[in-house]
Design a protein around this ligand. Structure first.
Ligand SMILES: Cc1cc2nc3c(=O)[nH]c(=O)nc-3n(C[C@H](O)[C@H](O)[C@H](O)COP(=O)(O)OP(=O)(O)OC[C@H]3O[C@@H](n4cnc5c(N)ncnc54)[C@H](O)[C@@H]3O)c2cc1C
Length: 285
């Protein structure tokens, strides 16, 4: 294999407690979950001499549990498990739909939600759904446990606020106060599978009978260094009837919260135009 490592140490904890302890004692170790992101680095020769903390034996982090407050999704739950879980599909369908468009089936079978979050790509497909569901990321280290709101978990492109020795254990999603009137998940990429998003959107809206907005939650990925909620547009539409004029102003406000760039996958102008269309269609449909 091109660039395969010459030497590598693999630590194989069999419980959460052992994982925390081994990570604390080996702070330069690299956590390994499904390995779909890590194997890209491996192929490029970046794994030489590294110490891996293989989390596959930590069974506690492999389940989706119902709690009094919502769902608690273990960090090692795969995209395929999210895609197929009947409770998730019923209660939080946007996340199940996002998981179904991550890479293709091979990636969904191995890639995990915890790995997706720790990898912190601006284009990660699960983040907009997690952002509108107001998920929190639970972590553990030798110092104890923490709960970080999803949006505060990321500090930049491929950067998180995780501290050395800290592992993601679960992602908690609270039940929605009531069923939204409309919901949206949309990935815009070059192909149906194995495409990195040019833009990716998730949204929920609760309305009064006369189409007045009680609450809008709209999140976009691939439009800034980290996933963004459209706070200005969300605030603006609150308490207003959804007319074409209101939708047009909301679309103008979109750029208060995002800063798309030109890159090999798309242009900033295209990303803005498509995102505005998604917002407008969602509000007026
Ligand atoms: C061909 C291909 C296509 C892809 N397509 C998509 C796509 O369409 N959409 C998308 O969102 N992503 C895509 N990805 C990215 C990737 O598959 C996902 O990010 C996946 O969820 C990563 O999970 P993993 O378990 O494989 O992570 P790993 O590769 O095991 O780890 C990724 C990173 O997270 C760290 N890590 C893993 N678990 C933990 C933990 N519990 N606590 C702390 N740190 C941890 C690792 O150290 C590493 O830095 C693609 C990747 C490939 C190779």
């Amino acid at each position: 294999m091109r660039g395969a490592p010459l030497s590598m140490t693999v630590l194989r904890p069999q419980s959460a407690e052992e994982a925390v302890s081994l990570f604390a004692d080996n702070p330069s170790a690299k956590p390994l979950a499904g390995g779909t992101d890590y194997m890209v680095l491996w192929n490029m020769g970046g794994a030489n001499g590294q110490c891996l903390l293989d989390l596959s034996g930590v069974k506690e982090w492999r389940t989706i549990r119902k709690t009094a407050a919502g769902l608690s999704i273990g960090a090692l739950v795969t995209h395929a498990e999210l895609r197929d879980d009947p409770v998730l599909r019923r209660e939080f369908p946007l996340l199940a739909r996002a998981a179904a468009v991550v890479g293709a089936e091979q990636i969904q079978n191995r890639g995990t939600l915890g790995g997706n979050i720790a990898n912190a790509s601006p284009a990660a497909d699960t983040f907009p759904a997690l952002a509108v569901y107001e998920a929190t990321v639970k972590t553990v280290s030798r110092k104890g446990t923490r709960s970080l709101p999803l949006l505060q978990t990321f500090s930049g492109v491929k950067k998180t606020n995780l501290e050395p020795g800290e592992l993601i254990t679960a992602i908690d999603i609270p039940y929605l106060p009531k069923r939204p009137h409309r919901q949206l998940f949309r990935k815009v990429g070059t192909r149906a599978a194995m495409a990195i998003s040019k833009t990716v959107a998730a949204a929920l809206v609760w309305l009064e009978r006369d189409r007045t907005v009680c609450e809008l939650r709209f999140a976009l990925g691939s439009m800034a260094p980290t996933v963004r909620r459209l706070k200005a547009a969300e605030e603006f539409v609150k308490g207003k009837r959804l007319t074409a004029e209101v939708a047009a102003v909301a679309c103008e406000l979109l750029k208060n919260d995002v800063s798309p760039i030109d890159d090999i996958r798309s242009t900033a102008e295209y990303r803005l135009r498509v995102s505005r269309n998604l917002l407008s269609d969602f509000l007026l449909s």
